[in-house]
Design a protein around this ligand. Structure first.
Ligand code: PLP
Length: 285
């Protein structure tokens, strides 16, 4: 089955799906994106993702190219046409196509929009979660507006590659004070020896993950204690558990940080329980 992409108003076969060479996403990374989980043929936390998308667009003064209702139709249609049951929807909006010039293009330039959907290996991800993953730490060399979900991801790309080169699945960025900010494509969490769940506050130093937001509800529902505060790399090395969150990985146990096993080197009970219960708190549409 050929994949289908939605590109600026049309559903196109994969081979024909393209954008112009002067698209500002291509020229300047001048755009934003969202990734939603699809589970059992339903989109998870679509409303929250759309709200964050609107915020990212507002922060960069890019117009929303269609109504939220129309966008919801396109996302569901992409899921249906690509027969996605367990996977992701990717959507990207850029400032549009214009002659290359750093300043904003003329008023009336239409933003570009692309939506794609694909299945992920659901069983494979469960196997990975049952074993846990390794992360490495890298200096956080990103700009100060990482709260905006922009497609400008070069430091994240290099960090992920550094993780792979060291046999790990994710890189955790570390700020100048030695505190973990977040992963290259996920939020970072630890569980202290006395059972408190710790994650960095969602200020301008991290992206406010949708999975993070929903998980905070799940943590309260399970009667766990949450501390939103920075934590150091040393504290993470000595934590009882660690895990990360993102729409595509949900809650993923971390069992090694750099060369230090976390806890007993196996996925912890808190991360495992939160992964199992996450979707009780998420919305499915
Ligand atoms: N932080 C960064 C840098 C990300 O790229 C992502 C997801 O792509 C996240 C955090 C997690 O966000 P969410 O839970 O909305 O997927």
């Amino acid at each position: 089955m050929s994949r289908i992409a939605y590109v600026n108003g049309r559903y196109l076969p994969w081979a024909k799906a393209s954008v112009h060479i002067e698209d500002r996403g291509y020229q300047f990374s001048d755009g934003v994106y969202e990734v939603c989980e699809v589970r059992g043929g339903r989109i998870i936390d679509e409303r929250r993702h759309t709200t964050r998308l609107r915020r990212s667009l507002d922060e960069l003064r890019i117009a929303m190219p269609m109504s939220e209702a129309a966008l919801a139709v396109v996302m569901h249609e992409c899921m249906r046409r690509n027969r996605v049951r367990n996977g992701i929807i990717y959507l990207q909006i850029t400032r549009g196509v214009a002659r290359r010039d750093h300043g904003f293009p003329p008023a009336g330039t239409r933003p570009s929009i692309v939506v794609t959907a694909r299945n992920l290996d659901f069983a494979g991800n469960e196997r990975i979660a049952a074993e846990g993953i390794a992360v490495v730490t890298v200096p956080d060399n990103r700009w100060e507006r990482v709260d905006i979900k922009s497609v400008s991801l070069l430091p994240n790309v290099l960090a992920k590659e550094a993780a792979r080169a060291r046999g790990a699945k994710e890189a955790w960025f570390v700020d100048r004070d030695g505190h973990v900010t977040e992963g290259s494509s996920s939020n970072a969490w630890i569980v202290t020896m006395d059972g408190k769940v710790v994650t960095r506050p969602a200020d301008h130093g991290i992206l406010r993950g949708i999975t993070r937001t929903v998980l905070i509800e799940a943590i309260a529902a399970q009667g766990l204690k949450l501390e939103e505060r920075p934590f150091s790399v040393a504290e993470a090395y000595g934590a009882r558990e660690a895990f990360l969150t993102s729409a595509s990985q949900v809650v993923m146990p971390v069992v090694r940080i750099d060369d230090h096993p976390v806890g007993n080197g196996a996925p912890g009970s808190v991360a495992t329980a939160l992964r199992a219960r996450y979707h009780d708190h998420a919305e499915a549409t």
